[in-house]
Design a protein around this ligand. Structure first.
Ligand SMILES: NC(=O)C1=CN([C@@H]2O[C@H](COP(=O)(O)OP(=O)(O)OC[C@H]3O[C@@H](n4cnc5c(N)ncnc54)[C@H](O)[C@@H]3O)[C@@H](O)[C@H]2O)C=CC1
Ligand SMILES: O=C(O)[C@H]1O[C@H](OP(=O)(O)OP(=O)(O)OC[C@H]2O[C@@H](n3ccc(=O)[nH]c3=O)[C@H](O)[C@@H]2O)[C@H](O)[C@@H](O)[C@@H]1O
Length: 436
């Protein structure tokens, strides 16, 4: 089976490579010539554990190809996945220009029955627009070519993307066509241990499932952050509360970790986009508005704690930040809490020293030289008044407290992900703040 994946970002490159791993012939297409050149030279433009080896293996086997030319490869494929970006527009709604551009090229060039599957996260109603765009192009060409559209939202997490794609909890496909349904079943069969994990729905429901899933997860996090902040006021410990509620099987243990806010390319944008979709349909998503508001505040919480500790006297302090990526095991800094922290600290006149195992180049690209990039975690902590843990990379979990105590100007730690043990820190002579 031959397929094309348009957009070779976190979703497109991972999906394409995983399909190739299952023996499918995959052409990955991107308009970014530089990205495609790098891929052709064997360089992986993003950091995702395990991806590089898998890409190389499948390229070598002749099953994974890279090109900027969607037009030509359309002749040879049965299915085209669109995994291009859907960044937020100024008003928070999803910008569909890339998705519709792919639909246009598809409509201008297909010669035989092909399915266009939208994998990008898109608001309800997008498939209709995609279909209309293709039909318009076919009318313009004066030709009739059979095609179908389908919605196949992606649920992978960055940092665990390959495992999530290879062994998905479920695969959701929205389609109105029996023919498309059969082809999609064949395509995903190798990923199904039992047939139950493939869920077929109508198209609007598939589009909505994606936003509802991300919004539910974001809600759990903001809820726990709210609880954590209250725990501080009433003398409760949010970690104990998390264990206490998470052991109720109706609630479950996952995604209950309080911290300095959720970031990434998806939760913030998808929550905002769903609020917007509701607004456009005359409905107010009150819960989600609060989820978003709590998160915006939560990203500032470490800064507020620091300000309180120093009674507002932050000018001239040196602050070490451990972790820049929005979560461990990725180089992605989109909407990362570290970005908010750096802006606030710099505006308050602090010197900011940073270290992240993977995201240093990405940070340089985004933030430039207003901060000091350090060669390792201890270099960042050297002469710092305070150390802030923003991303819980494994290597930060068991630091050498004695060394840290020696090299820091003051032994003070703000733990934005609650990974350290309060008593251990006190025994080692550190001042310690966490979340909740
Ligand atoms: N990053 C993630 O973990 C997840 C993202 N998603 C969704 O998947 C979509 C893609 O996300 P990412 O992979 O993170 O985006 P990304 O920004 O990493 O990659 C998008 C790629 O599409 C390319 N592109 C844009 N227009 C194009 C066109 N007309 N033809 C060919 N290529 C084009 C861009 O050059 C870029 O390389 C978004 O809708 C996102 O919400 C869904 C699940 C997980
Ligand atoms: O649509 C998407 O792009 C993806 O968004 C999230 O995946 P991702 O953003 O890669 O990462 P998560 O592991 O979900 O973490 C998101 C943010 O929430 C934070 N988080 C997560 C879990 C938790 O308990 N507490 C918490 O603060 C993380 O630190 C991170 O900043 C979803 O988990 C994926 O299912 C979805 O496909």
């Amino acid at each position: 089976m031959n397929i094309a994946i348009v957009g070779t970002g976190y979703v497109g490159l991972v999906s394409g490579t995983c399909f190739a791993e299952m023996g499918i012939d995959v052409t990955c297409v991107d308009i970014d010539q530089h990205k495609i050149n790098r891929l052709l030279q064997g360089e992986i433009p993003i950091y995702e554990p395990g991806l590089e080896d898998m890409v190389k293996r499948n390229v070598k086997a002749g099953r994974l190809h890279f090109t900027t030319d969607l037009t030509t490869c359309l002749n040879n494929v049965e299915v085209v996945f669109s995994a291009v970006g859907t960044p937020p527009d100024e008003d928070g709604s999803a910008d569909l220009k890339y998705v519709l551009a792919v639909a246009k090229t598809f409509g201008q060039n297909i010669k035989k029955y092909t399915i266009l599957v939208t994998k990008s996260t898109v608001p309800v109603g997008t498939a209709k627009k995609v279909k209309a765009t293709i039909q318009e192009e076919l009318i313009r060409r004066g030709e009739e070519v059979d095609f179908d559209v389908a919605s196949n939202p992606e649920f992978l997490k960055e940092g665990a993307a390959i495992k999530d794609f290879m062994t998905p909890d479920r695969v959701v496909v929205g389609t109105e066509s029996e023919r498309a349904r059969k082809i999609m079943s064949r395509l995903y069969k190798p990923f199904m241990l039992s047939g139950e994990r493939m869920i077929f729905t109508d198209i609007p429901s598939a589009e909505m499932i994606k936003y509802a899933a991300n919004s539910m997860l974001a809600t759990r996090i903001s809820f726990m952050n709210d609880i954590a902040n209250l725990c501080e006021s009433v003398g409760a410990d949010v970690n104990m509360v998390r264990k206490g509620i998470g052991s109720d099987t109706r609630i479950g243990k996952k995604f209950l970790y309080a911290g300095c806010g959720y970031g990434g390319s998806c939760f913030p944008k998808d929550v905002k986009a769903l609020i917007k979709t509701a607004e456009q349909n005359g409905y107010e998503m009150k819960v989600l508005k609060a989820v978003d508001e709590v998160n915006e505040k939560q990203k500032q919480i470490l800064f507020e704690k620091l300000q309180k500790h120093y009674h507002g006297e932050l000018k001239g302090r040196t602050v070490a930040l451990w972790g820049l990526a929005f979560k461990p095991e990725t180089d992605d800094m989109r909407e990362a809490p570290a970005v908010v922290m750096i802006d606030k600290l710099a505006a308050a006149g602090c010197t900011v020293k940073v270290y992240d195992p993977i995201a240093m180049d990405e940070c340089r690209r985004r933030i430039g030289d207003k901060i000091i990039y350090c060669k390792d975690m201890y270099d960042a902590a050297m002469d710092a008044d305070v150390l802030m843990l923003v991303t819980e990379w494994k290597e930060f979990r068991v630091p050498d407290w004695r060394t840290l105590r020696k090299i820091m100007k003051q032994p003070l730690i703000f733990d934005g992900r609650n990974i350290y043990d309060r008593e251990e820190l006190w025994v080692n002579g550190f001042g310690y703040y966490c979340i909740g």
